[in-house]
Design a protein around this ligand. Structure first.
Ligand code: KIV
Length: 272
């Protein structure tokens, strides 16, 4: 069997080639079962550092560690078989130098088997993106509202409302594209800026809170499923999982209390 015949997953190169074509569909994914469910529907899934907030109830993504990302990356790789899996480089694992970033990215790729990493930041990270890409690590960029910079940004603030802010994000997007990223997340920016970035950079833009002007969209899975208690304006709830869980758990609790569960069909019998 040829080497090519074994490659079944979407690759970073495939995603790069989708610029300007059919919109790219993506969601976050943190665990094996949901990865298996969403796998047929998405082009890539992101093991985002938002897992700190969604899975662990943290207030920001700042405390998330490389080990946490690797553990959930492994779970998502086990659950999925077709979509590209991209794993976030968490805060503190890459900013210090290109060499530190390379070591973190290599750990992620070797220990999870994922196909790419994502890194927040603009012009200041361009040299690092180039360093990684030149050494075989596909990098997805992330510009606009970058949650790991929440403490310097002063909160989760929409970017590009002023001309100066829009110019800065455009320059970031240019730098990340020129450095060799295969795609970039554009988060929390006003529509005209999302459109300007998408028209200008030669790689796909993946929007979150960045209007339909992007080449694709990403949402946090738990947000769009209706599981997260609070969601930002840009999220549409496509499901109501919290309600379904409540109903199911309430039915279970009632069945245990009135002894209708376990029923005959759930009980092991001795061999006769
Ligand atoms: O961590 C994450 O979920 C992300 C998305 C918001 C793009 O980076």
């Amino acid at each position: 069997m040829s080497v090519e015949a074994n490659i079944r997953r979407v690759t970073a190169v495939d995603i790069r080639a989708r610029k300007g074509g059919e919109p790219i569909v993506s969601l976050t994914s943190y665990h094996a079962h949901t990865a298996a469910i969403i796998d047929p529907f998405v082009d890539f899934m992101l093991v985002g550092d938002s897992l700190g907030m969604v899975m662990h109830g943290m207030e920001t993504t700042i405390p998330v560690t490389l080990d946490m990302m690797i553990l959930q990356g492994q779970a998502v790789m086990r659950g999925s078989k077709r979509a590209l899996v991209v794993v976030d480089l968490p805060f503190g694992s890459y900013e210090e130098s290109p060499a530190v970033a390379f070591r973190s990215a290599v750990r992620i790729m070797k220990e999870t088997g994922c196909g790419a990493v994502k890194m927040e930041g603009g012009r200041q990270m361009a040299e690092t993106v180039r360093f990684l890409v030149d050494r075989g690590v596909p990098v997805m960029g992330h510009v606009g509202l970058t949650p790991q910079a929440i403490n310097t940004m002063g909160g989760f603030k929409v970017q590009g409302r002023s001309e100066a802010s829009a110019e800065a994000v455009l320059a970031d997007a240019d730098a990340i594209a020129a450095a060799g990223a295969f795609a970039m997340v554009v988060e929390g920016v006003v529509e005209p800026l999302a459109r300007a970035i998408t028209e200008r950079v030669p790689i796909p833009t993946i929007g979150i809170g960045a209007s339909p002007a992007c080449d694709g969209q990403i949402l946090v899975l738990e947000d769009m499923l209706g599981l997260s208690p609070r969601v930002p304006k840009f999220v549409k709830r496509f499901g109501s999982l919290a309600g379904m869980i409540e109903e199911s758990v309430s039915a279970y609790a009632g069945a245990v209390r009135d002894r209708s569960f376990p029923g005959e069909e759930n009980v092991y019998k001795p061999k006769t």
